[in-house]
Design a protein around this ligand. Sequence first.
Ligand code: AMP
Ligand code: TRP
Length: 329
Amino acid sequence: MQKRVFSGVQPSGALTLGNYLGAIKNFTRLQHETNCFFCVVDLHALTVPQDPAALRENIKNTARLFVACGLDPQVSTIFVQSHVSAHAEMSWLLECQAYIGELRRMTQFKDKSTRHENVTAGLLTYPVLMAADILLYDADLVPVGEDQKQHLELTRDIAIRVNNRFGEKVFTVPEPYTPPRSAGGRIMSLLEPEKKMSKSDENPKSYIALLDPPEVIVKKFKSAVTDSGNEVRYDEENKPGVSNLMVIYSLCSGESLETIANRYSGAGYGKFKQDLGELVAETLRPIQEKVKELSAPGVIEEILDSGAGKAAAVAGAKLRFFQEKLGVR
Ligand code: AMP
Ligand code: TRP
């Protein structure tokens, strides 16, 4: 049987180059070898306050970007989490299998709960909803960036716990699929290279949004933090800023880090950053054009309706199966 892949992206703002290089670009490769489900996880976005009108737009824009980045709705199932009610239902069933202690230990929870004044229960149970997403589809493989590995580990723990409890394979135990840092697993902020590039960063100069106009992209790379030297060399530890820029260059051009280091040896950071800005703008140009086409009325809605139908058939069957196991059906 073909392997199943599941992944999700939150519609919590403009998607970044980190989302693209760390996650979405890999999805496009996997879709031809595996049976893929790609989800706009809008319920996850609700764990922190969202403006309703902006969220509604962001959901559609995230889906448009999926397709514009190369996910083919004829090949992969592309849908919105809240359109398939099995996700919320399964999440409750799994909350009754998860322990508060293990949820409290999640780095992302610890981090976000100190940043927000009112910590919602959703912020704590967030990884259980993510487990529901994955286990509903019996996913074998989950492509995610480095920051999600701990959540995936928890999904595995829950699946194994349930399987042990029932003495049979109720859920497929999923494997993470995370590129190493040098291949995009963690694209860093352009201003603070010790932090990941994130769309929720207050300073938009720290990230490249996939829909940033070319001149903005070039400008942002010009002001990217490097270090006091002037040598274009990959060294994660001592030159995190330059190393991050080299990874971006390598993933956009398809060239090795070594080739890039050789090309810019002695050229200094200025030329390197200028070329990189132009390269990224060129890489994103066809994606931005495709998003425009997909913005015609009804186009993305039709793709998402059809995706929700396909997803609901798979997820509904799995939900019923687990309900029967638990005795609530
Ligand atoms: P999110 O935007 O948090 O929903 O993340 C969607 C996907 O993009 C997840 O697989 C993340 O791990 C991945 N991702 C987000 N930011 C980065 C980044 N800076 N570098 C690499 N992957 C990322
Ligand atoms: N938690 C993930 C993130 O913030 C998004 C997500 C939700 C996800 N459900 C998922 C990723 C299932 C992979 C599989 O990036």
